[in-house]
Design a protein around this ligand. Structure first.
Ligand code: GDG
Length: 511
């Protein structure tokens, strides 16, 4: 039976029954900014908010996040609270205020210059600064205080998101051992030798072992985590049940591949999609050329330079494509306070100019580079207009762009060229899978996207669409919730998983 929003809502009601759900994520799902004297509400571009927002809409509860917009204080009450989505409220957003020093040290510093490169095999060296680490601890404490304030004396499930809060689970458990705490780590977990270079690995691991449940996208990341703990800390590891016991507390470690809402994506976009496509093509001077597209935050893990060099190589290997297609790269600006991200932006500007100068002419340029944010409707129009979508991440926990592309292709056409180093590659095995470090292989992938016969596009796309429909975001949320609810004391839930009538829940939550 397919997972839907309604089924997730029913599971949430049955499992939570009066127990509060508190989600903690650095990023807020809605951000208020000043434009002149006007306040505008925006939805930030990130895989995490794309994935958790539907879960919150289905379950209700509180989302605790960093209030980072210029008008955020004015749009919230004195405790930093407001009902969201603003036009049709379904849950509460609680904003936590950080000083500029805290944001620099905790977010840009430790989370994004130490943990992010540490966990991704993208050959960018992590920066370990003691001051950033101090801020990371301080901000984790600040969020713990906000969560405890929201919960009061009530029972609650706290669902922590990502690498910004490795210390938070232990802090919560120390204060309230009765809370159920779970965490989803949205990025890969590296090998134990890679993680061991972090000067604070023991504290980070101990913090994470405050969770009752710790979840990653794929089994490989779970195994890496267990091996890291085994090497670094005094603890008891039960391999058969993928569980770690330390200081009298057990943490189970489980894979849950995140996904998207394919029905919502299929409905997204303008009523007259073709007219919108023509308008976009006209504005970008693309004529009727077949399009290859890339959509990413500008981040060194996404393999964007590799992809552009593959366009260059494609034109060397297959000059017959000259003048016959365009590669459209959307790069949403990201983390620009960090030097390596600014540098990447400059590198991309230069690379595009160099490749376009080498191969372009007669009014044609192979690459169109749009270093700006596009809205979700525009992205869907582009996904549908494209002959192929290229995801060439050097390493990626999952990669939701790949799944969004597939979900938007209601016409069963289009080719997905996908890096084998994404979590998505273990599910979307009918994509053209490539090693982004192998320039010729990536270039051949682009060639395949431009030349694949329609019947082959169709059978590959049908199978990938089925996969995304079956393993959608509601399934992710429903199975995680079911698994987390098993940690609630018997009196606070109305039905235990063993008594649930849905066989898929029983099998998957216990399997
Ligand atoms: C992390 C992990 C994991 C991109 N540009 C624009 C825009 N986007 C949206 C996409 C997609 C999201 O941002 C990006 O999601 P990803 O999954 O590709 O990547 P990360 O942000 O790195 O997310 C990743 C994810 O967490 C979830 O667990 O999959 O591995 O790194 O939804 O559509 N959205 C809009 N304008 C843009 O210009 N509106």
């Amino acid at each position: 039976m397919t997972w839907t929003r309604e089924r997730l809502e029913a599971v949430a009601r049955a499992r939570l029954d009066g127990v509060r759900l508190v989600v903690v994520a650095n990023r807020e799902p809605f951000i208020h900014i000043y434009e002149g004297d006007e306040i505008r509400c925006l939805r930030p571009a990130s895989g995490l908010t794309t994935a958790i927002d539907p879960l919150m809409r289905a379950c209700g509860g509180v989302w605790v996040g960093h209030g980072s917009g210029s008008a955020d204080r004015d749009a919230a009450d004195e405790r930093g609270r407001l009902a969201v989505p603003p036009e049709d409220p379904e849950y509460t957003l609680r904003r936590v205020w950080l000083t500029p020093e805290e944001e620099r040290g905790y977010y840009y510093g430790f989370a994004n210059e130490a943990l992010w490169p540490l966990c991704h095999n993208a050959f960018t060296r992590p920066q370990f600064r003691a001051q950033d680490w101090d801020y990371y601890r301080q901000v984790n404490r600040k969020f713990a205080a906000a969560v405890l304030d929201e919960i009061g004396e009530e029972p609650a499930i706290v669902f922590v998101q990502d690498y910004h809060f490795a210390l938070l689970p232990r802090m919560l458990k120390d204060r309230r051992p009765d809370l159920v705490v779970a965490q989803f780590w949205h990025i890969p977990w590296p090998s134990r030798d890679q993680f061991a270079v972090c000067p604070w690995q023991d504290e980070l691991l101990d913090g994470l072992l405050g969770n009752d449940l710790l979840s990653f996208h794929i089994p490989h990341h779970c195994n890496n985590f267990l091996e890291t703990v085994d090497r670094a800390l005094e603890s008891k590891i039960n391999r058969e049940h993928a569980a770690v016991t330390r200081r009298g507390q057990t943490t189970v470690v489980r894979p849950h591949p995140i996904s998207v809402d394919p029905d919502l994506i299929a409905r997204l976009g303008p009523v007259d999609g073709l007219r919108e496509e023509r308008r976009l093509r006209g504005r970008l001077r693309l004529g009727d050329l077949p399009l290859l597209i890339g959509v990413d935050r500008v981040d060194y893990i996404k393999g964007i330079p590799e992809r552009l060099r593959a366009v260059d190589r494609l034109l060397e290997l297959h000059p017959e494509h000259k003048g016959k297609f365009a590669f459209l790269q959307i790069g949403a600006p990201s983390r620009e306070q960090i030097g390596s991200y600014r540098q990447l932006g400059h590198e991309l500007d230069c690379l595009v100019e160099e490749i376009n100068n080498r191969h372009g002419g007669n009014g044609w340029s192979p690459i169109v580079w749009l270093h700006e944010h596009y809205n979700a409707e525009q992205l869907c129009t582009l996904y549908r207009a494209a002959a192929g979508c290229v995801v060439s991440s050097l390493h990626d926990g999952m990669n939701l762009v790949a799944k969004e592309f597939v979900a938007s292709r209601t016409d069963q056409r289009g080719v997905l060229v996908l890096s084998q180093f994404t979590g998505a590659a273990s599910e979307l095995t009918d994509a053209v899978l490539v090693n982004p470090h192998d320039l010729d292989e990536l270039a051949e992938g682009l060639h395949q996207a431009l030349t694949m016969p329609e019947p082959e596009q169709e059978w590959r796309m049908r199978r990938m669409r089925q996969q995304v429909a079956d393993y959608n975001i509601y399934r992710w949320g429903g199975l995680l919730l079911t698994e987390v609810a098993r940690f609630l004391p018997a009196h606070s839930i109305c039905c235990q998983p063993q008594r649930h009538s849905d066989p898929e829940l029983l099998l998957e939550a216990h399997g």
